[in-house]
Each structure stands twice: as C-alpha cells, then as structure tokens.
Design a protein. Structure first.
Length: 245
C-alpha cells in the first residue's frame, strides 16, 4: 500500500462515538413518535475506512436503474407518463425500518461486489482492487460501534444510520431487490422510481398480480419487508409531492 494512502486511512487518537437520538419531525404523528437512534462514526476507528467505502459506492448510485436524485428528477419522469391507462394505478412502497434491516451478510456483500464489477469502468477505486474495497466494507459494516451510558455497543444487524457508506450501500441492495423481484415475477411496473427506502410506481397488471409482486419483493431477503400504499381518487403522496393522475 502506498505510504500516503496508508497515512490517510490509518486511525490515530480515535474515540467511541456517543449514540445520538434523532426526532422524526417529518412524521405526521410528531412529536408523539419514536426517536431514531443515530450511530455516528465521527473520529471512530472505522471512520476513515468508511469514508473510502462511501467514496466508491457513491459513484455507483447515479447508475442505478430506478433511482431518482430528488423531486425535480421525479417531476421530469412523471412528465413522460402523461397517458396512464385507466386500468393502471399508482402505488408507493416503503421499506420498514430499512437501516436496521438491510442485510450485511456475504450474499449482500456479493451483490455489492457484482455492482462494483459491472460499473468498474466508471469507478475510481483509489488504487485498491474490488476485493479490497469489499473487505474494507465488510469490516466497516461489522465493526460499527458506539457508547451510551458508559457502555460500549457494536452493531450486529443492518447498517449504522450515521455511517458515510450506509446510504449508498442500502440503495444498491434496494436496486438489486427490485430487479430480482422483476426477474422472478416476470412482471415489470409501467414506471418505477426509488428514493432511498421509498418507491413510487405505476402498475398495470391488476391488484392480484401486484400483491404477488409485493410477496416476491418480500421474499428476496429475510430481513427486508415492504409496505404498500395505493392512490386514493387518483392521487397519492410521495416524498414532498402530491401526484395526481
């Protein structure tokens, strides 16, 4: 390893980050709702490795099949779907408690490795091989730790809500999940957009087959569960938009 790279990744005088509560003030039931625990990695022993993994994975997310960057991107996509068949309907999907439930086992890491391989020509690996980035990512995911009330905790399931790499990692796993469900069910939504753990779609295969598609989605990973919501009188809320037929 190059000496400069080693110096950049080597952790000196690291500390144990303290668990932080985050109020879910975007929820309709706020302030009478649960808090979200955030596991920051600031100045932890894994932060520099986490930053490196994040720098690699964030180069993949712009190429994901269904991802939108923001609501402006969604508006642009919606403008191309002006003619929605009468038998179609809009629905939104949400991954229940995504960050604590995103898989981090070897199968999931293999998915991320496959994405790195597929997009290798568009990625700067900063002098590392793909297998090394995968090893670094595995180490980060399995060694996220925090302190709370003078006790130390290590995360065993999911990804840390404060990790630099968590968002991109989760988006890659989610993209794979939708693609796999489409492949297994042999059904493709008329339109599908995803934003982190949320998705909006136009479906024209009927309610019964939609339920089967959701069942397929929920079968891909043991820990990921999708909840659906349907349009009401031709209208549905998604992100900060109200989408009307």
């Amino acid at each position: 390893m190059d000496a400069d790279v080693f110096k950049e990744l080597y952790s000196v005088d690291s500390t144990a980050p303290e668990l932080q509560p985050l109020m879910k003030d975007h929820k309709s039931e706020f302030p009478n709702c649960k808090i979200r625990p955030v596991q920051p990695v600031n100045n932890s022993a894994i932060e520099k490795l986490d930053i490196l993994a994040s720098k690699v994975l964030t180069q993949i997310t712009p190429h994901l099949a269904f991802r939108i960057k923001n609501t402006d991107t969604l508006k642009s996509k919606i403008s191309t779907a002006l003619d929605i068949p009468n038998e179609s309907f809009m629905a939104s999907l949400d991954i229940v408690n995504m960050y604590p439930n995103i898989p981090t086992d070897d199968t999931a890491l293999q998915v991320v490795e496959d994405y790195m391989e597929h997009h290798a020509t568009n990625i700067n690996f900063f002098g590392f091989r793909i297998k090394h980035i995968k090893m670094i990512l595995r180490f980060v995911l399995r060694n996220t730790y925090v302190t709370f009330n003078n006790r130390y905790f290590i995360q065993r399931n999911g990804v840390g809500t404060g990790n630099h790499s968590s968002g991109s990692y989760a988006e890659i796993i989610t993209d794979h999940t939708y693609l796999r469900a489409i492949e297994l069910s042999n059904m493709t939504p008329t339109m599908l957009t995803t934003f982190v753990d949320d998705a909006w779609m136009i479906w024209d295969h009927g309610r019964e087959l939609f339920h089967k598609f959701i069942t397929t989605l929920n079968s891909i990973w043991d820990t990921i569960n999708f909840e659906e919501e349907y349009e009401v009188q031709g209208s549905i809320n998604f992100l900060d938009l109200t989408i009307i037929r």
